[in-house]
Design a protein around this ligand. Structure first.
Ligand code: COA
Length: 469
């Protein structure tokens, strides 16, 4: 696996920030005071309370696994505390077809309100994209607090999430009986098995990313087990008929004295459909509870079909949760499976250059794609200079490809002219190309191309990400 600490400082970000009197530095994972100052700055950047000792220890431990960068102002009251933070690390991203593609996760993007709107975030983000490329990542990815910031860097929303509310009084179960069983377990007893269950759940859901060490401990309240939050947390596990653990939930019930409560669940991990159904049943059939609120679920849950009254279920806080940025179209597009056989040309425009070019996607009957670049990449792509688009797709696509056989020119010319950020949004199958075309965001190269693109990019499972990062 690529070592996130091996990435050298980005010279463009260093010089852009130096021109503003600022220092762009990697935070040495062994330098405890520097890492602590960075964590404190990041916490303040997100307007969170100062972390208590156990949470600080956890944050330091997680940061040590990442490429941590800070921007420092030598003239500030405390020049050891960064005025901007960011971190990044290599991580798998699940794609349609069950494979994982090499991606680069970006997190902790903050700029102090004292230093805002001076181009610091832009310098940090553009450098992250170059680190991602250097690490061999096909895509960069992040979750966002605001939807207006990242499009300018070529990110597009790619997988959504929602809070599922269930009215307990109307939740009469009509789903099939499961051969397994759900039982309460102590978090500390499950933590050993949980990563393997989570890995299988991640693999079957496009849009999920690898869980990093320490995340499940936090989800299980094991970072600070004596805290009120951790003590309120209950964990239940689903075992299949063979006794194999296949899923778990972590939840709490909040209620006033002598009043029925509301169940709140932030952690729902299911490696099989049986586990998913039975864990839902367990959550929605609790007594002395009026409502279940389960966060970061798919917008396409099977739950309404498992209840006699589907209106017991409602979706709230539907959000564009996972944002992707395609950096290497050949690697990214080859990794996923497609909905049908077919050939499509993609003329990708990318203001930052990384994904710029013309590519032909040739999908065989088994859903696998062969992807080749037919238009030049700009030689200046990697250093962020704005390239000029080259629209030679029809001619390229008309040239015969060994696996395409003989095709008429009209057939071969199916294609889209698309911006990198919109390619990110159709990549996992969460948004249909024809919807973006209706929004005027992409264009067909030949009539009929949108129908082909819709069929190709269709994914059998709606993309979904169930964590923040
Ligand atoms: C969002 C944030 C990182 C921006 O930092 P910044 O250094 O002020 O941003 P920059 O000066 O580099 O601006 C970069 C671009 O983003 C735009 N931008 C910055 N913040 C924005 C916001 N909140 N909404 C919309 N656009 C924004 C700027 O106008 C600029 O556009 P341009 O380059 O196309 O002219 C900073 O305001 C912040 O730390 N906010 C709180 C934490 C947060 O929300 N982080 C994002 C985590 S996902």
């Amino acid at each position: 696996m690529f070592d996130p600490h091996s990435v050298p400082a980005d010279p463009l970000a260093t010089s852009a920030l130096a021109a503003r009197g600022l220092e762009y530095r990697r935070v040495d994972p062994a330098d405890e005071p520097a890492l602590q100052a960075w964590v404190q700055a990041e916490t303040r950047g997100f307007h969170h309370a100062r972390p208590e000792a156990p949470e600080l220890r956890r944050a330091l431990q997680v940061s040590r696994q990442r490429n941590v960068r800070g921007v420092y102002d030598p003239t500030a009251h405390d020049p050891q505390v960064p005025v901007a933070t960011v971190d990044g690390w290599p991580s798998g991203l699940s794609v349609p077809g069950g494979r994982s593609v090499d991606a680069w996760a970006v997190s902790s993007v903050t700029v102090s309100p004292t230093h805002r709107r001076r181009g610091i975030a832009r310098a940090l983000l553009e450098a992250q994209l170059r680190y991602a490329k250097a690490a061999g990542a096909a895509l960069a990815m992040l979750t966002v607090t605001e939807a207006t910031i990242y499009g300018r860097y070529g990110f597009g929303p790619a997988a959504s999430a929602a809070t599922v509310h269930v009215d307990r009084r109307r939740a009469h179960w009509i789903g099939p009986e499961s051969p397994g069983r759900v039982q309460f377990v102590e978090p500390a007893d499950l933590i050993g098995k949980a990563p393997a269950i989570a890995r299988r759940a991640v693999a079957r859901t496009p849009g999920e990313i690898d869980r990093w060490p320490g995340l499940l401990e936090r989800h299980f309240g094991l970072v600070d087990p004596g805290s009120a939050d951790a003590r309120a947390l209950r964990v239940a596990r689903y075992d299949d008929a063979a006794g194999q653990a296949q899923g778990f939930v972590a939840f709490r019930v909040v209620r006033a004295p002598d009043e029925p409560g509301a169940l709140e669940c932030d952690v729902f991990v299911a490696a099989t459909d049986d586990a998913e159904r039975e864990l839902w049943r367990f959550l929605v059939e609790q007594d002395f509870v009026t409502e279940a609120r389960v966060r970061l679920r798919s917008v396409d849950e099977p739950l309404p079909w498992l209840l006699e009254d589907p209106r017991a279920v409602s979706l709230h806080e539907i959000s564009d949760h996972l944002w992707l940025r395609v950096l290497d179209p050949v690697a990214a597009l080859s990794a996923r499976d497609y909905g049908t056989a077919g050939t499509l040309t993609l003329e990708i425009a990318d203001p930052l250059g990384h994904a710029e070019g013309t590519f032909v996607l040739d999908v065989s009957g088994d859903g696998h794609a062969e992807v080749r670049r037919t238009g030049d990449a700009r030689p200046d792509a990697a250093n962020g200079a704005r390239p000029e688009a080259r629209h030679d797709a029809q001619a390229d696509a008309a040239s015969s490809h060994p696996r395409s056989g003989r095709r008429s020119r009209a057939q071969a010319a199916h294609g889209l002219r698309i911006d990198a950020r919109d390619l990110a949004s159709i990549y996992l199958g969460g948004t249909r190309p024809s919807v973006l075309a209706r929004a005027g965001r992409l264009a067909e190269l030949a009539p009929g191309s949108l129908a082909v693109a819709d069929r190709l990019f269709h994914a059998p499972r709606t993309p979904h990400l169930s964590i923040w990062f």
